[in-house]
Write a protein that binds this ligand. Sequence first.
Ligand code: FES
Length: 138
Amino acid sequence: MPQKHVVAKAADITPGHKLVAKVGNRDIAVFNVDGEFYGLANTCPHEGGPLCEGFITGIALSAGPNDYRIERKGEFIRCPWHGWEFDIRTGQSWCDPKSVRARQFNVRVAHGDELVQGPYVAETLKVEKDGDYLVIEL
Ligand code: FES
């Protein structure tokens, strides 16, 4: 049976931001992309860098020389080691989406009323009846 891990209060991660949480023995980053929450392993599939400590960004697209635009702002994470970019929503690599992917974790929003009934694992966070929390099930 999967264990519920409460990683943060939902209000603690505002749109365009992230938080890296220790869940069991894993580091998992939780992102808020336009009010929706996504989880990615903080380990880059390229060479194991701390993927989610990089910049949240968009994608530069070009129709030709002297033309570029940034689209999908806030939907990609750029690994700080070698700059590979991954879609936060899917974990897919931008440069090789068919074969390279960061590991994803489901993030669910749960109200404190539900969580205080347990069972859950909350290594670092006190859960109270009021408020919404972010939960990862492993
Ligand atoms: S380790 Fe992340 S891009 Fe190389």
